[in-house]
Design a protein. Structure first.
Length: 113
């Protein structure tokens, strides 16, 4: 049998290995590993991702953007309803029903998705 200090050491070692193993995928995805690979922190491959980050926005700006998007969706729905689309009706012809309303309203199919 093993002694108590040996068991404690084994448990400590196992917990360290498990914690490192669970952190490794996060480093691999974020590029924060700092390894000497081609996607290291100093490489040019990581710089285009920095340019694609959205600009910092305030809470009020995000709220205004959500409100504006909701108003656009509501306006589009009202326009579709005016051209014959009835969302509350359980219609077996659903796809063609909304597509016909989109054609009449002049709204592209991608706009409603």
């Amino acid at each position: 049998m093993t002694s108590a200090p040996a068991k404690k050491l084994a448990v400590l070692l196992a917990s360290v290995v498990l914690s490192l193993a669970s952190a490794a995928p996060a480093f691999a995805q974020s590029g924060g590993g700092g390894g000497g690979g081609p996607a290291g922190a100093d490489s040019d491959a990581a710089k285009p991702m920095d340019a694609s980050k959205p600009a910092a926005t305030t809470k009020a700006e995000r709220k205004a953007a959500r409100k504006q998007a909701r108003e656009r969706k509501n306006a589009e729905l009202k326009q579709l309803e005016a051209h014959g689309y009835q969302p509350s009706r359980n219609d077996p012809n659903y796809p063609t029903d909304i597509q016909n309303a989109q054609k009449k309203a002049g709204i592209g199919a991608a706009a409603s998705q």
